[in-house]
Design a protein around this ligand. Structure first.
Ligand SMILES: [Zn+2]
Length: 207
């Protein structure tokens, strides 16, 4: 008696699935699937390699270690993805030099891609041009606000000057706010307070 549970090696969903009689050979008829299939087919080196768009969308799910509500793509930390032979090279620009999260980000990025079946990932740092808070996209600014962090003022959207920014309270929107301390919960943030709703909040410093 042979246990007829040989599964197809491809994990691509078949549109014909579930219609008609049990497929060719009908060998799996009546045998319940023991395990769920992988969510997506894994790219192998050389064949069916993941596209850059696909990789970008995977990286868009990698949270920033310090502010997990935004991803490393939202923050503009991921600068480039490219295949070099069988290696996937991901270029990262740290938010500021000496940021303690940089090593963690490189690790998380490589790990997220390994989970998608890309085993040969190299990350490299690009320090120039230096990262600026202007690279934080609009969606990320909204996410920061919803999380209670005032997004950076400055650059193109500068109201006031960089040393004396006008910071909007993420809770009530008031600009009657003041800095309590130059240092917040992480080095890239400062502690602020709203004079209207009296709530303290973190401000993502502009640079
Ligand atoms: Zn407020």
């Amino acid at each position: 008696m042979v246990r007829a549970e040989k599964r197809n090696s491809t994990l691509l969903p078949s549109p014909a699935c579930g219609r008609g009689a049990g497929g060719e050979g009908a060998s799996t008829k009546g045998i319940p699937r023991a395990d769920a299939p992988s969510p997506s087919p894994l790219p192998q080196a050389g064949e069916g390699r993941a596209s850059a768009d696909q990789i970008w969308s995977w990286l868009a799910d990698v949270p920033d270690p310090e502010i997990p509500v935004v991803s490393v793509v939202d923050l503009g930390i991921v600068r480039a993805v490219e295949w070099e032979g069988d290696d996937l090279v991901v270029t990262l620009t740290p938010t500021y030099s000496g940021c303690p999260a940089t090593a963690v980000i490189a690790f998380d990025v490589a790990e997220a891609l390994r989970r998608r079946g890309i085993n040969s990932v190299r990350t490299k740092s690009r320090l120039s041009p230096a990262w600026t808070t202007d690279w934080i996209g609009e969606t990320a600014r909204e996410k920061l606000k919803a999380y209670g962090i005032a997004p950076p003022a400055g650059g193109a959207r500068c109201v006031g000057d960089l040393k004396n920014p006008i910071v909007e309270c993420p809770r009530c929107g008031s600009t009657a706010t003041e800095q309590v301390s130059r240092f917040g919960s992480t080095p890239c943030k400062a502690s602020w307070r709203c004079r209207d709703c009296l709530e303290p909040f973190d401000y993502f410093k502009s640079f």
